[in-house]
Design a protein around this ligand. Sequence first.
Ligand code: SF4
Ligand code: SF4
Length: 354
Amino acid sequence: MDKSWSENNKEIQKLLMKEATFKEAIQKLLAFREEMFEQITQIVSGYPDEAFAKMPFAGADGYHSKTLAYSIWHIFRIEDIVAHEMIAGDSQILFTNDFHNRIGAPIITTGNELQGNEIAEFSEKLNIKELYLYVKAVKESTDQILGDLTYKDLKQKFGDDVKEKLIRSKCVSENENAFWLIDYWCGKDIKGLIQMPFCRHWIMHIEAMRRIKNKLCKIARKGVDPVAYCGFSCNHCFLSEWCGSCRTKYNVCSFATCAEDRTCPNVKCCKEKNLDGCYECDELEKCNKGFYIPSNDGANAAKAQALYIRKYGKKAFLKVHDRLHEKYDFQKTQEVLGQDYREGLRILEESYME
Ligand code: SF4
Ligand code: SF4
């Protein structure tokens, strides 16, 4: 388990034990959920729809054997059911705002009953943008419920009436892989439910999602030119576990994800000019587009790299990057190449000679 997430979880559980630290525990829990949810947001905003139904670890033993879409659905169906059928005693978010139809889900259950390829088939049916809006609404609603809890509420247990209500809701499949959930939830008090499903369950599934997306990016980048249009080396980029490169559909570079049409201006311009990259362009030195916008403190370092590729080719460029990483400890190239592209080019040339 992610060390800092595991420590956060432990600290929250500890703070929940005492009335004096209860409010602090809830504040920390809400902040932690926000941090974890950001990972889901980045995955949904970064990857193409096809990524959400892929099972790169199919058949493996663990949550990473599922798909991204299933993981998101499953985390928040469980949360929606527990938060609303059990704790708040009101309507689940899935049945408001036409969410169920908008998502296009063929089930209303948690999905525990789905096995093997059924998970991929189910995932293909989901509208990911609508699914994201649903899970965001579930998170916000649960945050509200958590914020309204008192220390006394933590000890609240659930009786047979709640069990029957859960069965009647048909939101948990009668399949043996799912039905146990009802006894599991009803065996806990609210404090137990805060741990599972509102915190630890998130950690486990979001970590599995990270493994899935890392693997998808690795697969996407296989055999693809590792030199980005602007002159970056994808092989050396600190975002390489997140991004499949701008030469694939798995481009999560912020210059692409923040663009209106989700296409990086440098990629767009190169394609329009039929260039392999900005290193082939006569306007490179004075260009202000995309990554080269003057307000970007990495603009000149990227230009230095593009100029190096123009002069010495991609093979030498990748080699010089290896050398830079052996010599210096850095994430962003401007930390080494500075703010002047001529000076940056000189540093690259010097590094190659060493
Ligand atoms: S700025 Fe554009 S060209 Fe450069 S790495 Fe990002 S997406 Fe690729
Ligand atoms: S004009 Fe700028 S963004 Fe377009 S290809 Fe040339 S260097 Fe790249």
